[in-house]
Design a protein around this ligand. Structure first.
Ligand code: ADP
Length: 540
């Protein structure tokens, strides 16, 4: 017997419509790419999204067409999200830090029909335009006064396009399984692969992310997604925050510590989300200027492991609760959040849980298996390949009939290696491709990096495996010391000795000025392996 409930489709357009109806005067604030702060409301955003939807119709954009964006987090980018998906087309966000060859590959693979681009990023599109086979036009996200010179044909000005169309637009109703947005993985090994989300998966993910023990979003919050809208939908925040009518603050292109601090303070931000490299810049700014952001209650750190030193600094020095979260492009992206349980009152125990990646959000199933696919125990020690299932996790890659990433029961292999403890907290020990294989045993690099970063004179640390004749591979520690500081291998060994199992101690330490970062702000270990792969260990 079926329940007798309306078969109402979960559509992205309904989020903005709802925000207009119930929180229409709540603000959306942007540091624009042009410079000045722009403010308006959900009602204004909804009106302009409808104008833009009419404009897309006039441009003959059809259901399912892929419409690319290459833009910072701004109100215009927010409007494009809703206008494109709401009218049945598919957003495809492009990361401006991608190599031109990757950009060309994914724009052709996605068959992007139009691209919305911030004025200062237009040169990137110009550099690849000749190689794009499906592109019909380029919309520059600015007003006429700021339109850049370009030789590209079919250039349109965003503000003129919006102004030229009426806001009389009914959001179409279609199947909630319709595709809504497309993201490509970074493709550090092989070509990037597309994860294609649906209206249904996006709306369910928004419900889940707003829950109190997930991101705790509500109308009274002021939310700053520092994480870019081209990094898996800014982790879904533009949808979740719209669902609850929270005030939203978009940082535009300025992501340095001083600029983020200014927005946090001026706008009374209560909750901000970003990757650890962003928070390093903010915390350094706070240290230098002896400042804090008094309204800021919570921050979410994800994308890479949040080290204990960072969590402590936020919490102990600035009174900001840290929520450590884990996920990936293929998961829309939210998988787990680490919040200590109410029964955990001891400070050290709470911290031991916070450095882990946490418990799954309702909807996500998770398990660890060995190389034969046998499930491993949740004792906090056994580590194996992490697999997931759930309603916002991809069941295939875009335009790939089959991939070896799913097993027969539908589990998706994340490529991460993890433990799960008896309390249900998952901890990533490594990406499977970064794990160090020493004498047949695995060494997880993340724990060593986190410990090294807790040294007061170490700003950043990365560990890679380098070849060793006896052990196959041994760990090499690569550190970025604080300004005017220098550390030897002996200094680091003394510091790490009692904190790590002996055989996990790195065999050598090198200092560099900065770590190479990938397009989403993560340390590029592939680059470090190229640079230090034949490093001569003193133990050889
Ligand atoms: P890409 O794979 O393109 O770098 P993703 O955002 O999809 O971008 O990256 C997902 C991966 O990032 C995860 O599989 C995991 O290895 C890593 N990751 C994400 N969050 C965390 C975290 N909190 N701690 C450790 N690793 C993380």
């Amino acid at each position: 017997m079926l329940g007798q409930i309306m078969d109402k489709q979960l559509l992205i357009s309904s989020l903005l419509q709802h925000a207009d109806n119930t929180s229409g005067n709540r603000e959306i604030v942007t540091r624009t790419a042009e410079g000045p702060i722009h403010r308006y409301t959900y009602r204004d955003a909804h009106r302009r999204a409808r104008q833009l939807a009419n404009a897309l119709r006039a441009l003959d954009v059809q259901m399912g067409d892929r419409i690319a964006t290459m833009a910072w987090n701004t109100h215009r980018h927010f409007e494009v999200y809703f206008a494109v998906s709401g009218s049945g087309a598919v957003t495809h966000t492009l990361n401006p830090r991608l190599h031109p060859s990757q950009l060309t590959y994914i724009m052709n693979h996605a068959e992007d029909a139009f691209v919305f681009v911030d004025a200062n990023l237009l040169p990137l599109i110009e550099s690849v335009a000749d190689a794009l086979h499906h592109l019909r036009g380029v919309i520059v996200m600015t007003d006429r006064a700021h339109m850049p010179e370009t030789a590209l044909p079919n250039i349109l000005c965003y503000e003129e396009l919006v102004a030229g169309h009426s806001d009389d637009f009914e959001w179409p109703v279609f199947d909630e399984k319709t595709a809504s947005s497309l993201y490509y993985t970074s493709g550090t090994t092989g070509n990037p692969k597309g994860a294609l989300f649906s209206h249904r998966s996006t709306v369910i993910h928004a419900y889940a992310s707003a829950l109190p023990d997930v991101l705790n979003m509500g109308e009274s919050e002021v939310i700053l997604p520092v994480v870019p809208m081209f990094h898996v939908n800014a982790w879904g925040i533009p949808y979740g925050a719209t669902m609850v009518g929270a005030k939203m603050v978009f940082p535009g292109p300025k992501l340095d510590g001083a600029s983020i601090h200014e927005l946090l303070v001026d706008e009374g931000v209560t909750f901000a989300a970003g990757v650890p490299t962003i928070w390093l810049m903010l915390l350094a700014h706070w240290r230098e200027t002896q400042s804090s952001a008094p309204a800021l209650k919570r921050t979410v750190i994800g994308g890479s492991a949040g080290p204990e030193s960072m969590i402590r600094e936020f919490q102990d020095d600035h009174g900001v609760e840290v929520r450590h979260a884990w996920g990936m492009t293929e998961m829309s992206p939210l998988g787990t959040v680490s919040i200590p349980k109410p029964s955990m009152t001891d400070d050290n125990k709470r911290m031991r849980k916070q450095v882990k990646q946490g418990r799954p959000v309702f909807g996500v199933e998770m398990r660890i298996v060995d190389d034969t696919g046998t499930e491993l125990t949740h004792d906090g020690d056994a580590f194996g390949n992490l697999e997931v299932r759930g309603p916002w996790i991809i069941d295939n890659y875009f335009k790939m009939d089959q991939s070896d990433s799913h097993n027969a029961q539908g589990w998706f292999a994340t490529g991460d290696v993890a433990t799960i403890d008896p309390d249900g907290y998952m901890e990533i020990t490594d990406r499977s491709k970064d794990v160090i294989k020493s004498g047949g045993e695995w060494i997880g690099t993340i724990e060593i990096e986190n410990l090294a970063m807790s040294h007061p004179d170490v700003v950043q640390a990365a560990v890679i495996g380098v070849p060793h004749p006896k052990w196959d591979e041994r760990p090499l520690l690569i550190i970025v010391p604080a300004t005017d500081k220098s550390l030897t291998h002996d200094d680091m060994t003394d510091f790490l000795r009692n904190k790590l199992t002996n055989w996990w101690l790195p065999d050598d330490t090198v200092q560099i000025d900065e770590l190479p970062l990938g397009a989403t702000g993560k340390v590029l270990k592939t680059r470090l392996r190229e640079q230090f792969g034949d490093h001569k260990l003193p133990t050889v």
